[in-house]
Design a protein around this ligand. Structure first.
Ligand code: EPZ
Length: 417
């Protein structure tokens, strides 16, 4: 397995065009199943998770061709309604194929999804909603056999938590259902809006995506389209953290600032100057960031849980004490143990982490345990004295395209072996 070697203390300089958003690309790839036609998806990042989606599509009978960051997906000849356990286990997002396959075939056979270990990640909200829409679901030894004998029916679904994946699954199932589906307390993430944009271009009728109530009027059929996937706001937050820990000035291209409205103020509070004009972000950082008051992760438009670990890397070397409260996942502090090896001062009690910034981190050998945690270790290592060795790429490659290449282009001393 590849390892990263990072010699910290180098300033970064230059510009980076943001990759397409993983968390948009994955549900949109699943959504192509509903079209029975050809879709052309631009700005689709090359990641192990998008490759897993492509494998699933091919196993279902779709034809998928990649030309750089453009994917041509033809789902005319879908011939299977099942996903193997080994593919389901490769990522959490495999579960959004459920709504799409049910919508297309009226039945689906798959198992519980895998993905990063962030504490329990149930799918009860997904299954309950699909049952409300007329799906009979039997669960046996981890296998889910789902069938809608009378077809899927639109209905009112009120989510007890604005789950991203459950909102996506309902939207996918509702698009070809009979009648109107209304989701209240829906997730409002930009990736939900992107999925709705793609589906609406295919002929779906979805209103309110990006707001708390989404209305979907079922359609008889969809057609293919061409779609540009939105830029990845979490990769943006990670690169901004990399600039902040190295006291650097960098430029990010293809930024949608409204997607970072809870993130940019944190960098400003830390003493960075951030300006965005026509999709180009300039971030200029002081030699050492200041601690900020509090980061509480919440569903969008609150502070994203996916940016918690990279920003905590920045807090470890900030002047003063920063408090984090992780409200979305039960176990998303695995990077902290590795930060301690670098000499960071972090104490946790339940979902609260208190980070007292130290003047310097010292390199060590580090073991990544999840996607955003591994990106955070890279960020921390960029500021540490000496050469850090990070066993990380298995996770990193799931969400960051050519991350070492991107950092190398900014002047970091980083090598993948
Ligand atoms: C999506 O995961 C993202 N993944 C995650 O990104 C992100 O962290 C998360 O949303 C929150 O923003 C993709 O989009 C592929 P949820 P998802 O359902 O859909 C509980 C990354 O690093 N819950 O909103 O799985 C759940 O346990 C990844 O890119 C239930 O209880 O997130 C969790 O505590 C990791 N029952 C909370 O809701 C359910 O049926 C949020 O989960 C579903 C969820």
């Amino acid at each position: 397995m590849a390892k990263l070697f990072i010699e910290g203390g180098r300033k970064l300089k230059g510009e980076v065009k943001l990759q397409g958003a993983k968390n948009s690309a994955l549900p949109i790839l699943a959504a192509t199943v509903l079209t029975a036609d050809e879709s052309v998806l631009h700005n689709c990042p090359c990641l192990t998770d998008t490759e897993t989606s492509i494998k699933i599509l091919r196993c279902l009978g779709a034809k998928v061709n990649r030309h750089g960051h453009t994917l041509v997906v033809n789902t005319k000849d879908i011939s299977s309604d099942s996903i193997s356990d080994s593919l389901m286990r490769q990522m959490r997002s495999s579960i959004v194929f459920l709504g799409a396959i049910l919508g297309r075939c009226g039945r689906a056979k798959l198992s519980f999804p895998g993905g990063c270990e962030l504490g329990p990640r149930p799918i009860d909200l997904h299954l309950e909603a699909l049952r409300q829409m007329g799906t009979e679901i039997t669960e046996h030894h981890g296998e889910l056999v789902c069938c809608a004998p009378k077809g899927l029916n639109g209905t009112k679904i009120s989510l007890s938590f604005p789950s991203v994946g459950a909102t996506e699954n309902i939207m996918l199932a509702a698009t070809l259902a009979k009648g109107t589906t209304v989701i209240t307390n829906a997730a409002r993430e930009p990736e939900i809006e992107d999925l709705a944009d793609y589906l609406n271009k295919c002929g779906a009728c979805i209103y309110g995506a990006g707001e708390g109530t989404i209305v979907i009027e079922g359609r008889e059929e969809l057609h293919g389209t061409s779609h540009n996937i939105i830029p990845d706001r979490i990769v943006a937050a990670t690169l901004m953290s990399a600039a902040a820990v190295t006291g650097s000035d960098i430029v990010l291209k293809d930024v949608i600032p409204s997607h970072l409205s809870a993130v940019i103020p944190v960098f400003e509070e830390a003493g960075c100057s951030v300006s965005v004009k026509e999709g180009i972000m300039n971030i200029e950082c002081p030699e050492r960031p200041k601690a900020w008051s509090l980061t509480r992760t919440t569903p969008y438009p609150g502070f994203p849980t996916d940016a918690q670990a990279p920003l905590m890397a920045m807090a470890t070397i900030a002047k003063g004490t920063t408090v984090f409260v992780e409200n979305v996942f039960e176990s998303r502090y695995k990077h902290i143990g590795e930060f301690l090896r670098l000499g960071a001062n972090v104490k946790t009690v339940g979902k609260v982490a208190v980070v007292q910034g130290v003047e310097k981190l010292y390199s060590s050998s580090l073991q990544a345990q999840d996607l955003r945690g591994s990106a955070a270790l890279v960020v921390a290592a960029l500021s540490a004295q000496g050469v850090a060795e990070i066993d990380t790429t298995k996770y990193l490659d799931r969400g960051y395209e050519d991350f070492d290449g991107v950092l190398l282009s900014l002047g970091a001393k980083i090598q993948k072996i």
